[in-house]
Design a protein around this ligand. Structure first.
Ligand code: UDP
Length: 240
């Protein structure tokens, strides 16, 4: 495949669901290892990689708040803590194969990880370290997709690479419509007006306002993460 983009610094978003795969536990170590290997292969080429991890494999604030009477903010803090667990798991996996990796949390947990300090994150990246941003934005009522868009803008990364369990964005829901087509490129406007469920609206508009393209791709296919990071054609490109 041709290589239409050459990213220097990327923001990879890995959802909790993607980390879980089909594993009965919350995390599939084969998936975290696959992510680590592919990230290792591209950091060697000099691409700087920051990662935002989700937490949906462990806890989703909104669904618990809905069914349990838990107040939304408390539920969301539990969700943010879940992302920290995933971040530490991923960090340990990366370091086990020799990739220097730092976790930065959006709220202080200084015995466990560094606090988020933008300039320090950028410095880590410049030194060739991977930085994993955990605890989302640090605020309830937000998502880790929004955290991905926000951190991407803050550290001047060029693109949000959203690793999912589907091949990209379809013109209809492929689970219900056998004629659904995978879209190669799509505009922000189409994503929001046609309600193509890619990311929440807050995340999409933040990307749009800051001209940050989004690539949605399937992380279950070997090689896709590395392809997305180096800028090979993969999944769906959202921009313009
Ligand atoms: N969360 C939050 N604020 C944020 C990011 C996440 O409150 O800035 C909470 C929210 O409850 C969410 C949970 O953390 O449901 C896990 O994050 P998310 O659902 O985005 O994870 P993913 O879907 O990517 O696995």
């Amino acid at each position: 495949s041709k290589r239409p983009y050459r990213w220097k610094r990327v923001l990879l978003k890995v959802s909790g669901e993607a980390l879980a795969g089909n594993h009965t536990e919350n995390i599939d170590p084969k998936i975290t290892m696959a992510i680590a290997r592919e990230v290792a292969s591209v950091t060697k080429l000099g691409v700087e990689v920051a990662i935002v991890v989700g937490g949906g494999n462990i806890f989703r604030g909104a669904s618990w708040a809905g069914c349990s009477g838990l107040d939304r903010s408390s539920a969301d803090y539990i969700g943010m803590l879940a992302t920290v667990m995933n971040a530490i798991f991923l960090q340990a996996t990366m370091e086990s194969i020799g990739i220097p990796t730092r976790v930065q949390t959006a709220f202080r947990m200084s015995e466990v990880a560094e606090p988020y300090i933008r300039r320090r994150a950028v410095r880590h990246l410049e030194k060739g370290r991977v930085v994993i941003f955990a605890a989302g934005t640090g605020n309830p009522f937000f998502t880790t997709d929004t955290a991905a868009a926000l951190r991407c803008a803050e550290i001047n990364a060029e693109v949000v690479l959203k690793a999912t369990n589907v091949d990209g964005v379809y013109d209809a829901d492929p689970r219900h419509n056998p004629n659904a087509c995978l879209l190669e490129t799509v505009s922000y406007h189409e994503v929001t007006t046609r309600d193509l469920s890619v990311m929440d609206m807050t995340a999409i508009t933040l990307c749009q306002e800051n001209n940050i393209p989004i690539v949605v791709f399937n992380l279950q296919k070997t090689g896709n993460i590395a392809k997305a990071i180096v800028g090979d054609k993969v999944g769906t490109f959202i921009g313009c």
